[in-house]
Design a protein around this ligand. Structure first.
Ligand SMILES: [Zn+2]
Length: 146
């Protein structure tokens, strides 16, 4: 069940080329090369989750398959953080995004002008710099341009 092995239309592409410091199996690319979160679906009850977990949180089935999550969602809640890891740029925003498939994702947010219920989309972004100057990048959600 490795999401890095692509063998068919519904498989998750490799994320080896991503310049991101993410949990290795949390992010992939869609057919257009855009970042996409890799979640999973329970084959027994249809429950969708992010990130990939070994057991369904609804029915306890272990029949879990990786699946691309929708790239857009609605901003459910957010906060601004002014104190955090030394290497992270501050202030930064964190929030919950409700994806159209019912999954709620906790994520960094890009921008300091955010509104509850606005549509946000997935992107990759630098959130800070390591002491050696290398970037710290991860997935973020950002407002969709009007
Ligand atoms: Zn289930």
């Amino acid at each position: 069940m490795s999401p890095s092995v692509a063998t068919g239309a519904n498989d998750v592409p490799s994320n080896e080329a991503l310049p991101l410091s993410l949990p290795g199996e949390a992010l992939g690319r869609d057919a257009q090369g855009r970042p996409v979160l890799i979640g999973c679906v329970c084959k027994s009850c249809g429950n969708r989750m992010f990130p990939v977990v070994p057991v369904c949180s609804v029915c306890m089935s272990e029949e879990i398959e990786p699946e691309h999550m929708p790239r857009e969602g609605t901003l459910y809640s957010f906060t601004f953080v002014h104190i955090g890891p030394a290497a992270w740029a501050k202030p930064f925003a964190l929030g919950y995004i409700d994806l159209s498939n019912g999954v709620r994702v906790f994520s960094h947010l890009r921008g300091l002008s955010l509104r509850i219920d606005e549509t946000v989309e997935l992107a990759a972004a630098e959130i800070g710099r390591n002491p050696d100057g290398t970037e710290i990048a991860t997935f973020v959600f950002q407002p969709v341009p009007a």
